[in-house]
Design a protein around this ligand. Structure first.
Ligand code: ADP
Ligand code: ADP
Length: 228
């Protein structure tokens, strides 16, 4: 479902954040992306949803070549990919329900179908009863649940998460991981950049290590491999 061929990324300031990346990720995989700060993890995953474009090389998502994808088609790509961030990125003036419904960029659905989809994902993340609350009224873990609900409401085949537990305490982080496990068990591919050693070493999945813009390790049921 995801393929990168000789992907190279040089930022305008001259920094090379991807230095010839080749990778293949299949539908349904759960992949941790690990590595030191500044290694190129975020750049690697941002290129998958066209937040950044490679300087050279090819990236295919479900057969679509992102290099030749017109800007006008990017919204269609984004609808197939849910994105979860460390800092949640909820819209502060919208309540929980509205934050999730907002991501459901559908015109052809009836209000009844939209309501059902939103309430179904809120139930999955355990927040149905807080649908009317605003982000500031929620804990960090609850805000991340909303952000996960938003990322999956379009039923994407791929969810990309950039340090989703980075701002959460350990107990809350495990709860958030359980939700990602559940989403993955339903067949959705998960790609997660993380610094959480405990989680990577306990809930075993494929581990891709990035260092200096290169993939230095790629192991099934791998280990975190760094001291912290
Ligand atoms: P990581 O996610 O592993 O911390 P990043 O992909 O964020 O790594 O960054 C890789 C390198 O690219 C770093 O040296 C970082 O400073 C640089 N970088 C990231 N984003 C930009 C940008 N928009 N412009 C210039 N340099 C950037
Ligand atoms: P704008 O085009 O108005 O700048 P943003 O890109 O900021 O919109 O996105 C609006 C909201 O949707 C933000 O809260 C952002 O975090 C979220 N968002 C953007 N892209 C995605 C995506 N692919 N999956 C899930 N949420 C997304």
């Amino acid at each position: 479902m995801i393929e990168m061929k000789n992907v190279y990324k040089k930022y305008p300031n001259g920094i090379v954040a991807a230095n010839g990346i080749d990778i293949e990720i299949k539908q349904g995989e759960f992949v941790y992306v690990v590595g030191p700060s500044g290694a190129g993890k975020s750049t690697f995953i941002k290129m998958m949803y066209r937040e950044e474009r490679p300087t050279s090389g090819d990236i295919f998502i479900n057969g679509t070549n992102l290099s030749s994808l017109k800007n006008s088609k990017v919204p269609y790509l984004r609808r197939q990919i849910g994105v979860v961030f460390q800092d949640f990125k909820l819209l502060p003036r919208l309540n929980v329900y509205e934050n999730v419904a907002f991501a459901l960029e559908v015109i052809e659905e009836t209000p009844t179908v939209i309501r059902k989809k939103v309430m179904d994902v809120l139930e999955l993340v355990g927040l149905k009863h807080k649908a009317r609350m605003f982000p500031t009224e929620l804990s960090g873990g609850e805000q991340q649940r909303v952000s996960i609900a938003r990322s999956i409401v379009n039923t994407p085949q791929l969810v990309i998460a950039d340090e989703p537990t980075g701002n959460l305490d350990p107990d809350t982080s495990w709860e958030i991981m359980n939700i990602f496990e559940e989403i993955n068990a339903r067949g959705t591919t998960i790609i997660m950049a993380t610094h959480n050693r405990e989680i990577v070493n306990t809930i075993r999945h494929r581990v891709i290590a990035v260092e200096g813009g290169l993939i230095t390790r790629d192991e099934d049921k791998g280990e975190y491999g760094y001291e912290n």
